[in-house]
Design a protein around this ligand. Structure first.
Ligand code: FES
Length: 118
């Protein structure tokens, strides 16, 4: 038996305002997490769906980042306005939002961004 049907990890890592490196707290991670929490409560899914704060998911250049288990679906550059659609489609209807799901192009872009910094 699974503990949760869906377990959402939302990066809220905060490197502080002095740090030049991107972090998801700077670009809306906390608000995104709270919106998921509110939607879980609104739909009576507390206990079966959980929205956890996460530390850095190592995709900082493409944040805010979230990952949903057990599907292991990653979303990057998530905007607050995307949360309703992700919730309705991926959490309620078990269908990832294709236009927002990270894919090979996403990971290649991330790799390039990381190489440019080095
Ligand atoms: S700070 Fe969010 S992925 Fe690294």
């Amino acid at each position: 038996m699974k503990k949760y049907n869906k377990h959402i990890f939302i990066c809220v890592n905060d490197r502080g305002s002095d740090n030049q490196r991107q972090s998801c707290a700077k670009c809306g991670g906390m608000d995104i997490r709270m919106k998921f929490v509110k939607l879980i409560n609104k739909h009576g899914l507390k206990g079966t769906v959980r929205a956890n704060k996460s530390g850095c998911l190592d995709v900082c250049e493409l944040g805010p980042a979230i990952v949903i288990y057990p599907d292991e679906i990653w979303y990057t550059n998530v905007q607050l306005d995307d949360v309703d659609e992700i919730f309705q489609s991926n959490i309620i209807n078990h269908k990832p939002v294709k236009r927002l799901v990270a894919n090979d192009i996403t990971w290649n872009k991330l790799q390039l961004l990381k190489e440019l910094k080095n």
